[in-house]
Every structure is written in C-alpha cells, then in structure tokens.
Write a protein that binds this ligand. Structure first.
Ligand SMILES: Cc1ncc(COP(=O)(O)O)c(C=O)c1O
Length: 396
C-alpha cells in the first residue's frame, strides 16, 4: 500500500495524554506494581443505586429503540428544569441537545458553529481536548495564558489574543485541571469582552456541582438575554453523578444553534443510548442527596490533598475551589533536577519510575511547570501518593 493508511486529519491529532497515563497506571497495576495513580479523570464512586435501578427498569419497560435525535422529551424537560433550578436560565426543551457525554456535546457545538480558520480562545490551563477538537472542527485554537502565578484569565489577557478572526472563547469553570472557579464578576467581565468582540462563549460546566467552601458556580448564560444568546452551555451527568461510563451530556443554546447541533448529530450518532437517557432522567429528577454526599467526600479529600501538597518543600499550590483536581507548581523541583529532566513531562516520568506515582504533566494543559493530581481516589492513597512524591523530590 503506497498511501498512508491513516488520513492527515487523524495523523495530526494528539492522543489524549490523560487517557494514556491512566492506561499506563492500569498496565503497571496489572504487572503487580503498587501504583498510586493521580491520573483519574472520573469519580471513584459507583453510580447511586436509584439510578442503577432506573436503568434496569428502563430495560424491562422496553426502552429499546431509537429515541428523538436530541434526546427524549422527558429528559430534555428534566434538563430544562435543572438549568432553571441551578443556573436560573430558562430554555425550551428543543433548545437542548443530548449527546454521548459532554465531550460529544462540545464536538456538536464546535462543528455546528465554526467556519474554517475561525480562532477560538482557549484560556490556559485548558482541558486537553479543547485545542484538538477545535482543530478537527476546522478552527484555530489560540491558547491564552493568565498573568504569571494566576490561573484565571482576565479581559486584558484575552484582549491581547483577540483578532478579527476570533469567533469564540471556551470557558471551563470549575476548571480542569486547576480546580479554579470564576466568580460572578470574573464571568461578567468575560461576557463583556465577548459582547464587545461579538464572540460566542462555549461554557463547559461539567464540574458545576463540584464546588467547595464559599465558591459558587456562575454560568455566563445567567447574565442576561444577550449573554444567554451567545453562550452554548455544556453539562452532563458524568462527574456529579459518577456516571462517566453511561455517556450522557448535553448542550443548551440559542434555537438556531440547537437546531444545527441536532441536524449534525442526526447524521453522526443519532440519539444517545436510550437506557442511559432514562438513567440520566432519574439522576436529574430524583433525590439529589447522593450527589451532595459525593460532593462532601470530595470536599474532605480536597482538604487532605491541599494540606499534604502544600507541605512539600518548594511546591506551590493555589487551593482550588472546584472539580476534583489540584494543580501545584513544581517549577522549583524541576529546576533542582539538574538536567535529569527539564519539564513537567520529565518530572512525571521520574515520579512513575522512582515512586510508582502517576500524575499528568502541566504541558498537556498548556501550562508548564505544573502537575495535575486528581483526588478522586481513596484517602489513604492520597496520603501515600503525596508522601512518595515528597520522598522522590528529596532525592533530587
Ligand atoms: C472539562 C471537561 N469537559 C468535558 C469532559 C467530558 O465529560 P463527559 O465524560 O461527559 O464526556 C471532561 C472529562 O474529563 C472534562 O474534564
């Protein structure tokens, strides 16, 4: 065969570093190594029992066929009620498109609105998939760094990156990987910037319910009619409800955009799995206590990991307000490595080899010098893993 078996679009695609590192942890474990993996991007809890039951009931009740492309009427109505209850934003059910996870909803959004060459501002640190998805959709991702030492971008940072080709900004709050939550004034400032440049806002709110202490989530869509019209709100049940494997996420948007997303999905995947839709319906309309109980468990782990990581010599941590990640700055440790490694990826390799601890390098998220540690793991593992990191750093 003389032609490349894989086309240029996929050849250019970076594999997901977070998925690759989780796979590495699994391999080491299978080989009998006692690994502590901070690479997980998902809750370690089981899906609550009442949701499991709803899925089993759905199988028995005959939910076996295609549904409407954008999701069943009952699920879209439940999502509309949830958005009104939690975000204070009213959507008609037909403005909501249910897909196979929030990731799919983001794909739908990008493919629906971007023209070739449109620039998309991706504030760093950003979720690994944003730039790759933008590129595949024909857009140009533009990373925007916050001020040094900061983890949230301000309008001045965005202003420097804006050009006449800028079409969209992706806001992800609570943020993966930093755990930062944009406060109401910060979101308002970003909306004002978007309005001034006539941009769309893709608001990835998948960690919306995982906020701690005084922090509260603010959706840009909640800040008035114009803000709502230019926001594509993405959320799902994966993280809040420990339902990553069920693959249900959704986008809510202005009617024309929602219609476009539904048309696209109709030619790509059709509806999300019928049984999973029934399970998501139970999650959104049933007892919210199990979600709150998981949130509290994460809150306690956040305290534990923040305290342990902050005590590591030369490591700086801005305590996060949301999601289930910490994103400490290891620049000093990297500088101390004396050429053994030079960057966050090198530090990650060092920690895997020297301490059997798996983290994700900041470079994957567009911010060197840092590592992402997920605390969606057991308390003892958090303590053990951070102690191992401390011992490995002391040997540098
Ligand atoms: C910021 C962000 N958005 C979206 C997703 C994907 O969510 P889902 O599993 O619902 O596709 C993730 C998962 O890691 C994420 O971290």
């Amino acid at each position: 065969m003389t032609r490349a078996p894989v086309g240029a679009r996929v050849r250019a695609l970076k594999p997901s570093e977070t998925l690759a590192l989780s796979a590495r942890a699994r391999e080491l474990r299978a080989a009998g190594v006692k690994v502590v993996s901070f690479a997980a991007g998902e809750p370690d809890f089981d899906t609550p029992a009442f949701i499991q039951e709803a899925a089993i009931d759905a199988v028995r009740a005959g939910h076996h066929r295609y549904t409407e492309v954008g999701g069943t009427a009952a699920l879209r109505e439940a999502i509309a009620r949830k958005l009104e209850r939690d975000q204070g934003v009213r959507y008609e059910p037909k403005q909501i498109v249910v897909g196979n996870g929030a990731k799919h909803a983001i794909w739908n959004a990008l493919f629906t609105v971007l023209e070739p060459g449109d620039e998309v501002l991706c504030p760093a640190p950003y979720w690994v998939s944003f730039p790759e998805m933008v590129r595949l959709a024909g857009g140009v991702p533009v990373a925007v760094a916050p001020s040094p030492g900061d983890y949230k971008v301000a309008p001045e940072d965005l202003e420097r990156a804006a050009t006449p080709r800028t079409r969209m900004i992706i806001l992800n709050s609570p943020n993966n990987p930093s755990g930062m939550v944009y406060g109401p004034d910060e979101v308002r400032a970003i909306v004002a910037f978007a309005t001034q440049h006539d941009l769309l806002i893709l608001s990835d709110e998948i960690y919306e319910q995982l906020v701690y202490g005084e922090a509260r989530h603010t959706s840009p869509a909640s800040l008035g009619d114009d803000a709502k019209a230019r926001t594509i709100l993405v959320n799902g049940v994966s993280k809040t409800w420990a339902m990553t494997g069920w693959r249900i996420g959704y986008a809510a948007a202005a009617p024309e955009i929602a219609k476009g997303m539904e048309r696209l999905q109709g030619q790509m995947t059709s509806n999300a799995a019928s049984i999973s839709q029934q399970a998501a319906l139970a999650a959104l309309s049933g007892d919210q206590a199990p979600a709150e109980s998981m949130r509290r468990r994460f809150a306690a782990r956040r305290e534990r990991i923040a305290e342990a990581v902050s005590a590591l010599p030369g490591v700086r941590l801005r305590a996060p307000d949301g999601a289930f990640y910490v994103f400490p700055d290891f620049s000093e440790a990297i500088a101390r490595a004396g050429g053994r490694f030079r960057d966050s990826a090198g530090l990650c390799d060092y920690l895997i080899n020297e301490a059997n601890v798996v983290c994700v390098p900041g470079s994957a998220f567009g911010m060197e010098g840092h590592l992402r540690l997920s605390y969606a793991i057991a308390d003892e593992e958090i303590t053990e893993g951070v102690a191992r990191i401390g011992a490995a750093l002391a040997r540098l």
